[in-house]
Design a protein around this ligand. Structure first.
Ligand SMILES: [Zn+2]
Length: 250
């Protein structure tokens, strides 16, 4: 059981692999009030206007192009700019690998600075080497870059209990079989809930957030199906700027 701190430092299992029609997620409904579904920790957000340098370590031209084509979508809504550096630049803030054996994950926000180069700060484990990007690929790139900007998992929001009661045993078994995750990983990536002090803007649960995991109804008491998300939701788009502004003011 990880604390919120260890969660944000941990690797992100992200979206489930392409070979399964389902992903994970568990969410919640809001506590009412303000409709902010985007969650972020004020301490891990980048300063407004930050230019984030990034470098690819490996990957094919097709794989790298898919990431570059999609990652910039966040910059339409958040005041962050990405700057591409030469390949294998250990001084780049975001260092991207494509190891198919290591899943898809990213450090959250400025915690990437705690990772010393040339070690990767994010990995894409299932971006195919072809010129046609799939919805799942778009989804995982948007999700992991949400983490790069400082966003955390929607399904671990403090507000989720009002909406979805997760079945721990089923979820642990599912991710053990599908992802090979141990129980501690399942708890830190899905079951644990962030403390209210560690996140902001969680008052309304957004099951359509790109930061949600897909989750079949069999994984929660109410049988609520959480569909796979592959695009930014309106909350993802509309509240990110507000989130940054709010946190800078805190
Ligand atoms: Zn994630």
């Amino acid at each position: 059981m990880s604390s919120a701190t260890s969660q944000v430092k941990g690797l992100c299992g992200g979206v489930i692999k392409v070979d399964t029609p389902k992903q994970d997620d568990g969410s919640m409904q809001g506590l009412g009030g303000v409709s902010h579904a985007v969650m972020a920790s004020s301490s891990t957000l980048w300063e407004n206007g930050t230019v984030l340098s990034y470098s690819f370590f490996g990957g094919t031209p097709f794989q790298r192009k898919k990431v570059m084509d999609v990652m910039g979508e966040w910059t339409w809504y958040a005041n962050i700019t990405f700057k591409q550096m030469a390949e294998n630049d250990a001084n780049a803030t975001i260092r991207i690998t494509f190891d198919p054996k290591k899943g898809s994950w990213s450090y959250v926000g400025n915690l990437a600075k705690t990772c010393v180069g040339p070690a990767p700060t994010m990995n894409f484990g299932w971006i195919d080497d072809d010129d046609s990007i799939s919805k799942k690929e778009r989804g995982v790139i948007l999700h992991e870059f949400g983490h790069v900007l400082g966003l955390m998992h929607e399904h671990e929001s403090p507000a989720r209990s009002g909406i979805i009661r997760l079945k721990e045993r089923e979820i642990i078994q599912y991710y053990s079989e599908k992802q090979g995750w141990d129980e501690a990983t399942v708890r830190s990536q899905i079951l644990d809930v962030y403390t209210k002090d560690s996140v902001s803007n969680y008052s309304q649960f957004d099951p359509t957030s790109i930061m949600m995991y897909f989750m079949p109804g069999s994984m929660n008491e109410g049988g609520v199906d959480i569909h796979e998300t592959t695009e930014l939701s309106s909350f993802d788009k509309g509240n990110f700027q507000h989130s940054i502004t709010t946190n800078l003011a805190d």
